[in-house]
Design a protein around this ligand. Structure first.
Ligand code: CTP
Ligand code: MG
Length: 181
């Protein structure tokens, strides 16, 4: 696969893992997952990880994967690239893994004394993608092995931080997010 096709495939295949974070920002609020509980004097996760944000984030990712499955023939034709579709296990694993990665990152942030909203460079940009890929590799192993070539994984790991910085910068400028990361 050429570079342009690899980049297009990387963005396409990770969209169901990218959208949950943004949907959670829009839907967030309400009861925190940790219910206010603390560990060693610090919140377990903090008020930034809510049930509503997590549920809406996962549902948004599943819905997007369904839309991508429906438009795949058209999109593949238009781009001249054989884009992958998402089997049911991947439709759930990618968004659920993305939300889980974000939650695990908050857990690590609180354990290292970072308050809600504090930056943790690289962890902020890659937490969701690493766990989304790991969960997809476990839940949809055959599909994962067929779809994720080494160059695709490298493209994802390079592109994701760039896309994350840009989309969060836009969300910050629009007043949707308190910090641009
Ligand atoms: N959000 C949510 N539930 C999630 C993830 C995010 O409700 N599982 C919402 C919260 O309103 C959160 C906002 O999206 O404040 C931004 O998400 P994020 O940057 O991940 O959280 P932070 O508030 O920065 O908290 P943390 O330091 O724990 O990452
Ligand atoms: Mg944050």
């Amino acid at each position: 696969m050429g570079l342009a096709a690899t980049v297009a495939t990387a963005v396409w295949v990770m969209l169901p893992a990218y959208v949950p974070n943004n949907a959670a920002v829009l839907a967030g609020g309400g009861r925190p997952i940790d219910g206010g509980a603390t560990l060693g004097g610090k919140r377990v996760l903090g008020d930034g990880k809510t049930w509503r944000g997590t549920a809406v984030g996962v549902l948004a990712g599943v819905a997007l994967a369904a839309v991508l499955n429906a438009v795949e023939p058209t999109a593949s034709d238009a781009l001249g690239v054989a884009l992958p579709t998402f089997p049911p296990a991947a439709m759930v694993a990618l968004p659920a893994g993305a939300m889980l990665g974000d939650i695990l990152a908050s857990f690590l942030k609180r354990r290292t004394g970072r308050e809600r909203g504090a930056a943790f460079p690289l962890l902020d940009q890659l937490d969701f993608v690493v766990v989304a890929l790991a969960l997809a590799a476990v839940a949809a192993s055959g599909w994962f092995a067929d779809t994720f070539t080494l160059d695709l994984v490298v493209a994802i790991l390079v592109l994701t931080p760039l896309l994350h910085v840009v989309t969060n910068g836009i969300a910050y400028l629009l007043g949707l997010k308190n910090e641009p990361y």
